[in-house]
Design a protein around this ligand. Structure first.
Ligand code: GLU
Length: 312
């Protein structure tokens, strides 16, 4: 029997701000996972949001990842995939699944039903509204896609239960914004398929979107990759670290890359004590069973990362 082709993995930071410690931790785990299995690793710069994405953030993220000692086999800019995004919208329109919807964030809030991703669910009330005569390209309203009803249960290698009926739990997702930008849920499935990604390692904050992504993969006839969602670093008030928190630049924190790498590795459970190391050092003994599944609340004091389990 021919050996199975190597996995294709990707790390996909949004270029909405500088990398922070959460970004670097996610990148380190993704890199260790990919390199430990001899996979091809892509870096995809998620740069579709014209209001928030900036080329200088993309550059600084690339610099920070390289500074930490990570490498990858190819860099993809999401905006270069516009023809694939358009083809996907054509495909969805041909199935009659696309519809314009003007519901705002405030409207969803007024509907009052919490969604598993922490936002508010949409109740699919505009389903069936026709596209304008000129088709989806002519729409001045955001476009949503009517998801197939039913439960989607993509597997999570770390044992998270990702089962959900996304058409009810979150409602039909926006796939094209009012300003014409392609929305994350559509872009991510199209881009992963275009790059033949077989394995996705990412933070647990995105786990509630996975069933939506599996439903879109089904509608578009795309394969569903394997998933693993890992722990998050949280800030003291319990929120996910944001771009403004704990920017990792050695210059900012006054650290060398091996010092920071060791602190991050300790924080996720890969080292019993923080000690200087490179990502390549960690690769020798990397194993997911050594990575804690528990989110960590982190703060930075006296030149050291402090971490406590979020549920402790
Ligand atoms: N761009 C997303 C982020 O920075 C990640 C998307 C994904 O991994 O699917 O959180």
């Amino acid at each position: 029997m021919a050996p199975s082709p190597p996995d294709v993995c990707r790390f996909a930071p949004s270029t909405t701000g500088q990398a922070h410690l959460g970004t670097l931790t996610a990148a380190l785990l993704c890199w260790l996972d990919a390199r430990a299995r001899g996979a091809r690793l892509l870096l995809r710069l998620e740069d579709l949001d014209p209001d928030r994405c900036r080329p200088e953030h993309a550059r600084s993220i690339l610099d920070d990842l390289t500074w930490l000692g990570l490498d990858w086999d190819a860099t993809v800019e999401q905006r270069a995939l516009a023809p694939q995004h358009e083809a996907a919208l054509d495909h969805l329109a041909a199935q009659g699944a696309l519809y314009p919807c003007t519901a705002s964030r405030e409207d969803l809030r007024a509907l009052g039903r919490r969604a598993p991703d922490g936002g508010f669910a949409y109740d699919n009330r505009s389903r069936g509204r026709p596209l304008p005569p000129g088709g989806w390209r002519a729409s001045r309203d955001p476009l949503r896609v009517a998801l197939p009803a039913g439960t989607f249960s993509p597997a999570d290698e770390g044992g998270l239960d990702l089962s959900q009926d996304p058409s009810l739990a979150l409602g039909d997702p926006v796939v094209r914004r009012r300003d014409g930008a392609i929305a994350y849920q559509l872009a991510v499935v199209v881009d992963d398929a275009a790059a033949h990604v077989t394995r996705i390692v990412r933070g647990r904050d995105i786990a509630p979107s996975t069933a939506t992504q599996a439903a879109l993969q089904t509608l578009l006839g795309l394969p569903t990759p394997r998933y693993r969602h890992h722990l998050l670093l949280l800030e003291a008030r319990g929120g996910k670290l944001a771009k403004t928190h704990l920017s990792p630049r050695g210059a900012t924190l006054g650290l060398t890359a091996p010092r920071l790498c060791g602190q991050l590795a300790w924080c996720v459970g890969l080292l019993p004590e923080p000690e200087d190391c490179t990502p390549a050092d960690l690769l020798r003994t990397f194993d997911w069973t050594r990575v804690t599944p528990v989110d960590q609340v982190v703060s930075w004091q006296d030149g050291k990362l402090h971490a406590t389990p979020a549920d402790g």
